[in-house]
Design a protein around this ligand. Sequence first.
Ligand SMILES: Cc1cc2nc3c(=O)[nH]c(=O)nc-3n(C[C@H](O)[C@H](O)[C@H](O)COP(=O)(O)O)c2cc1C
Length: 404
Amino acid sequence: MKKIKRNPLEGKNITVGVTGSIAAYKSADLVSKLVQVGANVSVIMSKNAENFVGKNTFEALSHNPVITNYFENFSDMNIDHVHLAKNSDLIIIAPITANSIAKISHGITDDPITGTISASKSPVILAPAMDAGMYENNVSKNLKSLDKNRFCILEPQIGRLASGITGKGRMVDPNFILENAMLLMSKTGDLKTRKIIISAGGTREFIDPVRYIGNKSSGKMGYAIATAARDRGANVSLFSAKNISLPVPLGVINHYIETSSDLEKTILPNAESSDIIFMAAAVCDFKPKNIEINKIKKNPKENNFNIELEKTSDIIKQLKNKNITKIAFAAETENIIENAKIKLKEKNLDMIIANDVSREDIGFNSDNNQVTLIQKNGSITELPVMPKTELAHILLDETISLIS
Ligand SMILES: Cc1cc2nc3c(=O)[nH]c(=O)nc-3n(C[C@H](O)[C@H](O)[C@H](O)COP(=O)(O)O)c2cc1C
């Protein structure tokens, strides 16, 4: 099986600059996370940053020597002071001080961080951290002078600052910096020109204002596909059930829906211009024919209560554009493959992903899944149990081979 490229930072050369802010300790976490996702990280510290965190911390985390000035003998900078500038796919300065922002915006290059940025053409992420007054007075003006096409500025957050006051100056969370790095580096992925539509979660079909018919879908599979597609450069739109508590992947456009008819009305106009559609949502097959305006009361004289149900409409069957690659899930509890084959044909899909939702260890709400892929041409591939995040990449690999 083809090697799965799990994330766009794998194998990338990333230079992390750390400057003299109290938030410098947070960049240790960032470096650790970057290394964990497979990036090759080189750290440069400003002289003042060393007052906050020792360079040994970054050396241990990055497995690379840390540069603190141009003239250290161990580093290639001694011979070629722009060597990191030439070799970095991405530069991240986190935290960046008011002082270093001023230097960058005025072209000053008296240290290896500002020098590397100045000599490089790679994208740069800046995560400022400082006192709120400093940020308001000069820094926002200096940041505005930077080229928007190259510098991605992650504005500081409002919160309690090291000075004890509350204001705008806290460096963003390292996870958010990582997500932004992923998004920036995903642009050249194998799905870069593709528009992908994904539905996720379970619909709710209302009986009255407070009661509904629903299902156990958590949205995890749809969100895993959205994240994987985003990481591979696709233009991704999610249509997810309102009750999903998962964070929407950065860079993905999300539309919240609740009922099957919400989903139908929202997804169809967007889907017509897409290249690929993944119906990962568990759309209820039936809905109450009438929704009571007021909460239904218990009648003391009646033991039974009947609700008349009608079929919900088949969303994927309504797509007019014949060029869209259509993929759906078949959540089954019996005769899994046979039932999925019928659905594949009925809905005229390119591929169906059959999963056994009667098993507790896989399917709904689990982090793992075990599926069988059935393609239009009759080919059947049974996959082993694996994390949904991994399965998402295999599904995208299969989709790419379907398109080509
Ligand atoms: C305890 C302490 C905390 C500081 N925190 C910040 C900060 O969060 N942001 C900032 O812009 N400057 C901060 N400074 C001031 C910078 O360290 C100072 O401007 C220095 O010149 C920055 O140099 P550099 O940009 O080369 O690292 C702090 C100084 C001290 C003593």
